[in-house]
Design a protein around this ligand. Structure first.
Ligand code: ADP
Ligand code: ARG
Length: 351
């Protein structure tokens, strides 16, 4: 076994949740554990060890990782989602339970709205631990299933290794496609055999999209210009239900949908807007205070770990576990409502 494995010194210089909770004692307790798919503690923490600027720093290799390494994952999960070991997860995907009239009818602030969920296939290792053969099979099965989608969800599958570099770049720049070479994913083993078996499906308007074999095996996405959050959520729910008729996803009564990163567990939903907040962005302390109060996260314009451009930010729900899908989207909506209110006040003051 790995009994010679030493506590990684790099963690002493990191503020990640792995560094916070993986004490030397816990490291000793977990270092020889391994899941049924061969995923070790070293595999779990490698991304956080190699990227000391990680916020979290841990990935699971399979559903079992969350049990085998529970003494570490449970603490990370509680810290990130505020979800305790005995709490229950819940679900509600009824768009009519959302209280979300358009916040910005005259399009002064919200540029676009996007809601995505992550999903992985039942009884298969996650992307971090999957074999090339199984990854290829997922691509084949999912792209085949998508062929039967009709109406608004009808579209075409584009394998990454069959899209020109220029087209790939413009899809990324226009926020439709995942970026390449992410170092956090790289050290988690998620970029193995890149770009094979990766790809994007989308309808002609690019309002329904599906990523295959990136951080999770599926990312199901609904997006459009403007601020009609309910319309975007409604389309997403329709797509999820259609997929569920044909595919079984990895799910746990306690942890909800199983994902490679513990931040995505539960609903696996991230509802976001791209929003112009030029006044509030000159007062970052206040901006962050409002975001914390409403449990929303501030990201840059090109996704996670990117910067803002021209006072435009990506605002999304932070919690995903122990809350329903509707509550997650409502979190984002309430946060955005508060941010717009404050932005208007600051704008009026500056006139
Ligand atoms: P995730 O898939 O976890 O949401 P990212 O934060 O990396 O991952 O975002 C993926 C892509 O989606 C990025 O290009 C990002 O700019 C884009 N995106 C996120 N929210 C919106 C939005 N509301 N409107 C347009 N694009 C968005
Ligand atoms: N592993 C990265 C970190 O710890 C990302 C964590 C959350 N984001 C994600 N895409 N899973 O900072």
């Amino acid at each position: 076994m790995n009994s010679n494995l030493k506590y990684p010194k790099a963690l002493e210089n990191s503020n990640s949740l792995v560094a916070k909770y993986l004490t030397k004692e816990l490291f000793e307790e977990l270092k020889d554990r391994v899941t049924i798919n061969g995923f070790t503690l070293q595999n779990v923490i490698n991304s956080g060890v190699q990227n000391i600027d990680s916020g979290i720093g841990a990935y699971a290799g399979d559903k079992e990782s969350y049990e085998v390494f529970a003494p570490l994952f449970d603490k990370i999960i509680e810290d990130y989602h505020g979800f305790k070991k005995d709490d229950k997860h819940k679900t509600n995907m009824n768009p009519n339970d959302l209280n979300a009239p358009n916040l910005d009818i005259d399009s002064q602030f919200i540029i676009s709205t996007r809601v995505r969920v992550a999903r992985n296939i039942k009884d298969i290792p996650l992307g971090t631990a999957i074999s090339k053969e199984l990854r290829d099979k997922i691509e084949q099965d999912i792209s085949q299933t998508l062929l039967s989608f009709d109406g608004e969800l009808q579209g075409k599958y584009y394998p990454l290794n069959n899209i020109t570099l220029d087209d790939r770049e413009s899809l990324i720049k226009d926020h439709f496609l995942f970026k390449e070479g992410d170092r956090f994913l790289q050290s988690a083993g998620l970029n193995r055999d890149w770009p094979n078996a990766r790809g994007i499906f989308h309808n002609s308007d690019k309002t329904f999209l599906l990523w295959i074999n990136e951080e999770d095996q599926l990312r199901i996405i609904s997006m459009q210009q403007g601020g009609d959050i309910k319309e975007v959520f409604t389309r997403l729910v329709l797509a999820i239900k259609k997929l569920q008729e044909k595919i079984k996803f990895e799910y746990d009564k306690h942890l909800g949908y199983i994902t490679s990163c513990p931040t995505n567990l539960g609903t696996a939903i991230r509802a976001s807007v791209h929003i112009k907040l030029p006044n509030l962005s000159t007062k970052m302390d206040e901006f962050k205070e409002i975001a914390d109060k409403y449990s929303v996260q501030i990201r840059g314009i090109h996704g996670e770990h990117s910067d803002s451009e021209g006072g435009v930010y990506d605002i999304s729900n932070k919690r995903r576990l122990g809350v329903s899908e509707v509550e997650c989207v409502q979190d984002m909506y309430n946060g955005v409502q508060a941010l717009i209110k404050r932005e208007k006040e600051l704008r009026n003051k500056n006139y």
